[in-house]
Design a protein around this ligand. Structure first.
Ligand SMILES: NC(=O)c1ccc[n+]([C@@H]2O[C@H](COP(=O)([O-])OP(=O)(O)OC[C@H]3O[C@@H](n4cnc5c(N)ncnc54)[C@H](OP(=O)(O)O)[C@@H]3O)[C@@H](O)[C@H]2O)c1
Length: 148
């Protein structure tokens, strides 16, 4: 598994289990020689054509970035009708069963959440301002105490 991140996050990404880490400020992974079975795109930093270049012939692209816009997702979907490579948009619809499964995965240590900052409920606006800066290193958590 390869992780792509900026210089300051290389150690974190490696500690999460990436076998290979690419610092996107020094190297453009879409110009490299490696070919990938699946690309989970969280940042929409490249075009679908650039991702396709490094996807294996039957590889899958999952555009997961809210920054991408529906135009990008639609274009990628249309293109995927004509090539073997697949494009599968991911939209999470939280439900109780999935949350219970996630709780078990975290509880047994199979998933380690990366928590950047926590805020009390009254500082929710501040939490969103931080998130909007685009540099969160993992999750930003709002803590709700009893009675809030
Ligand atoms: N599909 C869904 O249901 C769903 C749900 C939740 C979130 N999302 C999406 O998941 C993505 C991540 O969300 P987030 O809350 O973590 O906040 P975010 O602000 O989108 O991501 C911030 C992180 O991305 C890194 N980053 C920025 N440009 C990069 C690049 N070109 N290559 C590698 N890393 C880069 C930043 O590193 P630096 O600070 O070092 O620049 C920072 O660590 C977002 O696109 C969001 O829309 C999707």
């Amino acid at each position: 598994m390869t992780g792509v991140c900026s210089t300051g996050n290389v150690d974190t990404v490696r500690s999460l289990g990436a076998d290979h880490v690419i610092d996107h400020t020094r190297e453009d992974f879409t110009q490299g020689e490696r070919r990938y079975d699946l690309i989970l795109d969280n940042v929409a930093s490249h075009s679908f054509a650039e991702y396709r270049r490094v996807l294996k012939p039957e590889g899958t692209l999952i555009p997961n970035s809210g920054h991408a816009g529906m135009g990008y997702v639609f274009k990628a979907f249309l293109l995927s009708l004509f090539v073997r490579q697949q494009e599968r948009p991911f939209v999470s619809t939280p439900n109780q069963d999935d949350l219970i499964t996630l709780k078990e995965l975290v509880g047994t240590g199979r998933v380690t959440p990366v928590i950047d900052r926590t805020y009390p409920l009254r500082e929710t606006a501040e939490a969103f301002r931080y998130l909007d800066q685009g540099h969160a290193r993992g999750k930003v958590i709002i803590i709700m105490e009893n009675g809030e």
